[in-house]
Design a protein around this ligand. Structure first.
Ligand SMILES: [Zn+2]
Length: 99
């Protein structure tokens, strides 16, 4: 495979990105890095915080509400749309960012 930028040769190397080791194709001429989607997803999982918190349900008008941890405000900012699924069997609510 040739580099998109300079047409130099690409080699698979382990490189550091955001402090984490990632396999990437690296151009031997210009240093351009190409990370495949699976590696990018693995990197994202390492970098994003895993969050497990307890929240108290609060009253908001006639509804019940919970707050979303501050660390997630980038993904769940006020005005963002989410879908909510309730599983009665586990008494679990799953909240997913709507696309
Ligand atoms: Zn290059």
């Amino acid at each position: 495979m040739k580099c998109d930028k300079c047409k130099g040769g690409m080699k698979i190397k382990t490189v550091k990105m955001f402090g984490e080791s990632v396999k990437a194709k690296v151009c031997s001429r210009c240093g351009y890095r190409l990370v495949n989607i699976d590696e990018a997803i693995k990197l994202q999982e390492k970098l994003l915080p895993k969050i497990h918190v307890e929240r108290r349900v609060i009253k908001l008008g006639d509804s019940s509400a919970i707050t979303i941890p501050k660390q997630l405000k980038t993904f769940f900012a006020p005005g963002e749309k989410v879908t909510l699924d309730f599983r009665p069997k586990d008494m679990e609510i799953k909240i997913r960012k709507a696309e």
